[in-house]
Design a protein around this ligand. Structure first.
Ligand code: PHE
Length: 351
């Protein structure tokens, strides 16, 4: 192998070993640069005769072209490799199915709340919301609850730090504080009418929301929901409670043959008081009495705390459990499932 051939070969080898464009340009300089081997060979021709120059020059040129061709090929190979690496890093499989963003949905208890609001809304009830951190006054005292009532004990009620009788000091144990809270606002709005001996517009409101008790098992969660109902006017009776609540239950469960039972009970803030039970006539729960709400005629002391004359104004209140209504409607047997936040459970409720 002559000197030029081996030069070409060593150039090809060196180029092949260059794995970056910078390495390749360095390798190129060794052959084609100002003091590269090919350049030296050209310079070396100065002493040759004209004839020798011709043939030597032609041979050197062939070698030079071979080296340049090797260089160009290697440059292209490196550029291709770089492009391939780039494409691989950004691999995009256009045949994959699209990734959709889940559309989400309402929590089953929220669906129930919306149904409750819709049904009572159609019966002319307003919707009011109140604070979850409540005062002793609204939660107990204004509701005619005696100082030594067991519900006030630390076993049942979550107390928060600070607070006085009228300042927030507990997590409301029911939505009943909204009876007096809302009525006081209503009375304030119609103070002039009332003082002038005229009759104020009726109070007809529901108050849904979160409530808290020290309690936890399959049917009790420390946080649960209630929905209060209150209807106060000059002529609102227990009969109206029966009609309104029966209508509500039949509409809520979409069952016309649903049977209701008003079972005597006791609450400090109603007199008389009742527990309302329902009974399905068909389906898996048929024939069983299921408790859904406490209720009663608002106690005169509570009417007084609303700023109204109990000789003139009378009405009823109820407090039902939307969590329980949701369990009954969908056949869920453990209340805690609603609050575990497991999407596999929650995504099963769409309306
Ligand atoms: N607040 C009562 C409870 O939590 C329910 C109730 C509300 C009873 C209104 C009567 C009237 O059990």
């Amino acid at each position: 192998m002559n000197e030029l051939d081996s030069l070409v070969e060593s150039a090809q080898q060196l180029f092949a070993q260059a794995h970056t464009p910078a390495d390749l340009e360095n390798a190129k300089a060794q052959f084609l640069g100002k003091s590269g081997k090919m350049t030296e060979l050209m310079k070396g021709m100065a002493q040759l005769s004209v004839e020798e120059k011709k043939s030597r020059g032609a041979a050197i040129n062939v070698a030079k072209q071979a080296i340049e061709a090797a260089l160009t090929a290697r440059r292209k190979a490196l550029a291709d490799a770089e492009l391939q690496a780039h494409l691989k890093a950004e691999v995009l499989d256009v045949t994959l199915p699209g990734r959709r963003r889940g559309s989400g949905g309402l929590h089953p208890v929220s669906i129930t709340m919306e149904r409750i609001e819709g049904i009572f809304g159609s019966m002319g009830f307003d919707v009011a919301e109140g604070p979850e951190i409540e005062s002793d006054w609204f939660n107990f005292t204004a509701l005619n609850t005696p100082e030594d009532h067991p519900a006030r004990s630390m076993h049942d009620t979550f107390y928060v730090e600070g607070g006085t009788q009228h300042a927030p000091n507990l997590l409301r144990t029911h939505t009943s504080p909204m009876q007096v809270r809302h009525a006081v606002q209503h009375v304030k709005r119609y103070r002039n009418l009332i003082d002038a001996g005229q009759t104020m517009p009726e109070i007809r409101v529901i108050a849904p929301g979160r409530t808290y008790r020290v309690d936890s098992d399959a049917t009790h969660s420390p946080m649960f929901h209630q929905c209060e109902g209150l209807w106060i006017g000059e002529n609102v009776s227990f009969k109206d409670l029966k009609v309104v609540f029966t209508d509500f239950c039949k509409t809520f469960f979409e069952q016309d043959d649903l049977v209701l039972r008003f079972r005597p009970s006791f609450f400090p803030f109603t007199e008389p008081s009742a527990e309302i039970d329902i009974q399905f006539q068909s389906g898996p729960l048929a024939g069983r009495w299921l408790e859904v709400s406490g209720a009663g005629q608002v106690h005169p002391n509570v009417v007084r705390n609303m700023g109204l004359d109990p000789e003139k104004y009378i009405g009823f209140a109820f407090g039902m459990g939307p969590d329980r209504l949701t369990m009954l409607r969908y056949g869920v047997n453990d209340l805690r499932l609603f609050f575990d936040g497991d999407i596999r459970f929650l995504s099963q409720f769409q309306s």
